[in-house]
Unconditional design. Structure first.
Length: 397
């Protein structure tokens, strides 16, 4: 979604400047064009050459430089940017920005800027909580500038508290969010993701290979588009995204209860999870020993509820989007599941295809609508597939 977008990055003096190098690298991987302005203090922490190499562009460090083009450079940079992100933003630069001081390239471009501006503060906790900084940040916020959160941690100076700059992936998310149309405002979207775990005894369980990546990508994309998002997730190793509500579950029965508690006032339920269809009939409180009567040569299983089907049958205003993980005849089986579970759309993936299904960062999917029309998509990242799916959901309202 950032492909060919122009991102202007302002870097001020602070140890977090090294994280901005990683941000440039991530931005370039999305296909964005990146230009960097550094203050003289920033150049004390990290070399302009680092940013020049990563951005593949000249780095702007001075107001007056013969190398720059014949346009008025600070104006052309301001016009060029789709988003201007200042990361790290020091207390000093924030104070200048709030008070209209333009005494270097960064603050001058800011004053001329008409694009969206994001500020990622990075400073000592006491500086962040100083009345002057609080007032300056409020002034900028009141003018429509987005002030990003900071993290709480042990800071470079040894003090503990807020003031640590967000991680590059979080800033990337905020940049994408700033450029995303808010077409899901007012919609509550419930997403299930990841595997379920069905206990056999205190050490053993039945599960599957779902990593949660598909569902988490959907949750992040829905947040970017302004939806109120509840993410119901089985055990995964992924970082919890910044959703309105996160519910961690273990078993398919837990997932059923969680969906039930969220369904009534939901507008959309997306079932990207891979819930286990069966669970052991009996769960042992103690570890089953190899020589015990009820050893593990066979396990009696019972059916779990089919969550998508249950809610498909009782839905009122809700749209229900299912997934189908198949290893053959995916379109035929997908169409069958769409009907049987009374879904509004189904996304089928053949888990045997390379780059599709469980665990991978990419997926290869066909989307089948209510009328049985099939749209087969080529291989793409799970983030891009999430965007495609939500584009289609928006059209269903
Ligand atoms: O998590 P990743 O590693 O990123 O992998 C993504 C994925 C492969 C898990 C995902 O793309 C996917 O295909 N999810 C559906 C997996 C699945 O359970 O498919 P199914 O064909 O068995 O079920 C069909 C639909 O019914 C699914 O929407 C499923 O969530 C739902 N279902 C299934 C069983 C059950 N007891 N209750 C359900 O609601």
């Amino acid at each position: 979604m950032l492909k060919n977008k122009n991102i202007l990055l302002g870097v001020t003096g602070g140890i977090a400047a090294y994280k901005s190098a990683a941000l440039v690298s991530k931005l370039r991987k999305t296909g964005a064009n990146v230009k960097v302005i550094m203050t003289s203090s920033a150049c004390e922490f990290i070399s302009p050459l680092t940013f020049q190499t990563l951005s593949n562009n000249i780095v702007h460090t001075e107001m007056f430089n013969q190398l720059y083009n014949m346009d008025v450079e600070h104006i052309s940079l301001a016009k060029w940017a789709d988003v201007f992100v200042i990361a790290p933003a020091s207390a000093n630069t924030i104070a200048k920005m709030a008070n209209g001081i333009a005494d270097n390239m960064l603050t001058t471009v800011f004053l001329a800027s008409r694009s969206k501006v994001l500020v990622a503060p990075a400073m000592n906790t006491f500086m962040l909580n100083n009345e002057a900084t609080i007032k300056n940040l409020k002034t900028l916020e009141d003018r429509g500038i987005s002030i990003l959160d900071t993290q709480s941690d042990v800071l470079a100076c040894g003090d503990e508290g807020s003031g640590k700059m967000l991680e590059p992936e979080d800033i990337l998310f905020e940049i994408e969010s700033a450029l995303t149309e808010k077409d899901l405002i007012g919609k509550k979207i419930v997403i299930t993701s990841g595997p379920t775990v069905e206990k056999i005894d205190p050490v053993r369980y039945l599960s599957n290979y779902s990593s949660g990546k598909m569902g988490y990508s959907l949750a992040k994309e829905a947040v970017k588009r302004g939806a109120n998002v509840t993410l119901i997730s089985g055990p995964t190793s992924l970082d919890i995204p910044n959703v309105n509500k996160f519910i961690r579950i273990e078993s398919t029965l837990d997932m059923f209860d969680a969906v039930e508690s969220e369904f009534e006032n939901a507008d959309v339920l997306i079932k990207a999870a891979a819930p286990a269809d069966y669970r052991p009939a009996k769960v042992s409180d103690e570890k089953i020993k190899k020589d015990a009567k009820e050893d593990l040569e066979s396990i009696e299983l019972v059916h779990n509820p089919d969550i998508a089907k249950y809610f498909g049958n009782i839905k009122q205003k809700q749209l229900i989007i299912g997934f189908a993980a198949e290893s053959q005849n995916e379109i035929e089986y997908g169409k069958g599941k769409l009907k049987k579970k009374n879904l509004d759309m189904i996304v089928v993936n053949n888990i045997k295809q390379k780059g599709a299904g469980f665990k991978s960062d990419t997926n290869i999917a066909s989307i089948i609508d209510r009328d049985g029309n099939v749209d087969s998509l080529s291989i793409m990242s799970k983030e891009c597939l999430a965007e495609e799916i939500l584009n289609r959901i928006v059209k269903l309202f």
